[in-house]
Design a protein around this ligand. Structure first.
Ligand code: MG
Length: 385
């Protein structure tokens, strides 16, 4: 039996994680955590009967508690989970005794502290929260090593790299080929990009994801964050990571070894596979019958990213090279810029401009602790309010 805690259970990765729980009798969700979508949480509680549920928003937590009590009184529910809230509650969900793996699918720096707590409580981490490694890779990776826990990637690219490395332990990696879809604006000119609207940017050609990551994917900032994560996860310098646009999103990433051999992982664009692999590794489980059909696909294309158009990507390499607090600043500036764009207060091409300005103005701090990283984010948020 595998018991998991799902942080961010109502989001895109969270709901797909529960799809995997649904089809595997030996995987149980013992804890769920979400920000405030109590409608969906209520349904999830009825279906999965977790022991503990965290609703980050305190008022929503109270609302959910009342609703559960009513249902219980009516005899509609057999048992009610313990309801907790806030950061303390999120950490409780991360360290719950009965879980052996924590799926970190919350969005934002909010994921860092619970992940650290889970590692200290000897839980394996199925990692989907980008900020954890981007902002705190220097804290997380040594800690995971010290505590002897595994960090299993959930993101499709990192899972593909991880899968490509199986059976090759100890062999020298020449480079990582990190693939990207190129997003919806791959073939737009720089001039056209200046006129992109929120509605345009929210339409992703291949992947169905949350709003923040969809915008990040269109600017390729998301790929920059993934380069940073891959560098930490696989201990490869960013200079040995090549971003390759593969518009069909069939090759999910690849590894080139010292002998020139390239091992890649292919499949249809569907997050269920990387989630399932992270939960059942090293075993592979049946998911569904929608498999890759090379004949109907016909061909695969490869394109080098235009760094003038996708300036966010080159800024990411700059931040990674700088190290210390620079990737956290890159991340926080992007988060602020994307929120401003989504609320239509800035234009699309202002996103990389804001990131660049914040990086320019920042004096890099070596080895920042978590509170320093969070303070930097608050500072950047306050500036753009
Ligand atoms: Mg990805």
């Amino acid at each position: 039996m595998k018991n998991i805690s799902v942080l961010g259970s109502t989001g895109s990765i969270g709901t797909q994680t529960l799809d995997i729980v649904r089809i595997n009798d030996d995987i149980k969700a013992v804890a769920l955590a979400a920000y405030g979508n109590i409608e969906l949480l209520f349904e999830q509680i009825k279906e999965f009967s977790p022991k503990l549920v965290c609703v980050y928003d305190e008022n929503k937590a109270l609302e959910l508690k009342n609703r559960l009590n009513d249902e219980y009184a009516k005899g509609e529910l057999k048992n009610i989970p313990e309801i907790v809230s806030g950061m303390d509650g999120l950490i409780e969900a991360a360290v719950i005794e009965s879980a052996d793996t924590v799926v970190t699918a919350v969005v934002g720096m909010i994921g860092i502290k619970p992940t650290i707590a889970a590692i200290k409580a000897h839980k394996n981490i199925a990692l989907a929260n980008k900020e954890t490694l981007v902002c705190a890779g220097h804290i997380i990776m040594p800690l995971a090593k010290k505590e002897g826990v595994s960090i299993l990637p959930v993101d499709s690219e990192h899972s593909a790299i991880f899968q490509s490395l199986q059976g090759s332990a100890g062999n020298k990696i020449n480079k990582i080929l990190l693939t990207a879809s190129g997003g919806p604006f791959l073939h737009k000119s720089l001039e056209e990009l200046k006129k992109v609207t929120v509605e345009d940017a929210l339409k992703h050609p291949n992947w169905n994801m949350g709003a923040k990551v969809t915008i990040d994917s269109s600017t390729m900032v998301n790929k920059g964050l993934e380069v940073c994560e891959a560098s930490w996860l696989f201990n490869v310098p960013a200079s040995d990571i090549t971003v390759v646009i593969q518009p069909q999103s069939i090759i999910h990433s690849a590894v080139e070894f010292v002998d020139g051999g390239v091992i890649a992982q292919l499949g249809i664009p569907d997050m269920h596979l990387p989630i399932s692999y992270a939960l059942t590794y090293p075993e592979r489980r049946f998911i569904n019958d929608e498999h890759l059909d090379l004949f109907s696909l016909g061909k695969l294309d490869f394109i080098k990213p235009d760094l003038e158009k996708f300036k966010g990507l080159s800024l990411a390499f700059r931040a990674i090279e700088e190290g210390g607090s620079a990737p956290a600043v890159f991340n926080a500036a992007d988060e602020v810029a994307v929120a401003l764009f989504l609320s239509k207060r800035i234009s699309y091409m202002d996103i990389p401009s804001i990131i660049e300005k914040e990086l320019d103005e920042h004096d890099t701090i070596k080895n920042p602790d978590v509170d320093t990283i969070i303070a930097l984010q608050d500072e950047i948020r306050a500036k753009h309010r």
